[in-house]
Design a protein around this ligand. Structure first.
Ligand code: PAF
Length: 286
């Protein structure tokens, strides 16, 4: 696996793979890779002949009081994991390479509607930063397909919308969330948790499972289900951010008639903000 740091070298390597008749798959990341990222690379490798991954901690998607500076940078370790997962080329640009004229005058991509509410409300500007960097990366790599984790459910919806709205010729593939044995969704931010917080953290997913079970049994009192789950979060030591039940395809607020639902949650333990979600199809046979 080669590592390149410039757009020029990236384009040359991808052009060579294309000239060899290869289909290009792409997995953008911010590094500090875990088994969830490896699963994205594996999925890309199943569907494409040449897999490109990127590692770029994108300042544009972090708010002023967020963890940009302390976000873990673990390049050597990440390179090994990417190689093991079947990646062929790593693009690891600097901030200057991505934003040569600075970020102030950077053209921004803003995706209405699906960016609003949920993480869009808690992290103003976040999805504009994500949409902008993903658009740039997709234009740099020009892959046939790109794989994103369903753990970032709203992010995936934002990326699907921007690719559709901007007529970008790339297939977007969602990959299931990878979880620890106790149910906690794998995330680079889990590394911030103290051992005590790590024990509490899986309760976030358990709360989603309880709501999903109630929905499957026919309960449609969304407000009551959400309030009960947030009470439980508080009781075990979370500070709730949001917990919402939405229609899974459009991300609009769910109605009692909807059959494809997603329950989305964000909550803090100490200073660490965790997100998770659970999508369910009420028409699917169990
Ligand atoms: O999900 C992430 O790791 C990031 O938001 C992404 C898609 C790589 C954009 O910086």
């Amino acid at each position: 696996m080669n590592t390149v740091k410039t757009v020029r070298d990236l384009r040359a390597a991808v052009a060579q793979a294309r000239a060899e008749g290869k289909q290009i798959g792409f997995v953008p990341t911010m590094g500090n890779l875990h088994a969830g990222h490896a699963a994205l690379v594996t999925k890309a490798a199943q569907r494409a002949d040449f897999v490109v991954a990127s590692i770029f901690v994108n300042p544009l998607q972090f708010g002023p009081s967020e963890d940009l500076d302390k976000y873990p940078r673990t390049l050597a370790d990440d390179q090994e994991k990417l190689l093991g997962a079947g990646c062929h080329l790593l693009f690891a640009p600097s901030v200057e390479e991505m934003y040569p004229d600075g970020m102030g005058d950077q053209t921004r991509v803003s995706v209405p509607r699906v960016s609003e509410g949920l993480c869009g409300a808690s992290r103003p500007g976040h999805f504009e930063g994500v949409a902008t960097v993903v658009t740039k990366l997709l234009n740099m790599v020009q892959p046939d397909l790109a794989v994103f984790g369903q753990k970032d459910f709203q992010q995936l919806a934002v990326i699907r919308a921007l690719v559709r709205d901007l007529n970008m010729p790339v297939q977007i593939i969602g990959a299931p969330t990878v979880r620890a044995e106790d149910g906690l969704a794998l995330s680079s931010r889990n590394g911030y948790l103290t051992p005590e917080q790590r024990v509490v953290a899986p309760n976030l997913y358990r709360g989603l499972q309880q709501i999903a079970a109630a929905l499957r049994e026919g309960d449609r009192d969304f407000a009551k289900l959400v309030a009960a789950a947030q009470q439980q979060q508080l009781a075990v030591g979370f500070r709730p951010d949001y917990l919402e039940i939405r229609e899974a395809n459009s991300l609009r607020a769910a109605t009692a008639e909807d059959r494809q639902l997603v329950i989305l949650v964000a909550a803090f333990i100490g200073n660490t903000r965790l997100i998770d979600n659970l999508a369910l199809d009420l028409d699917a046979t169990p």
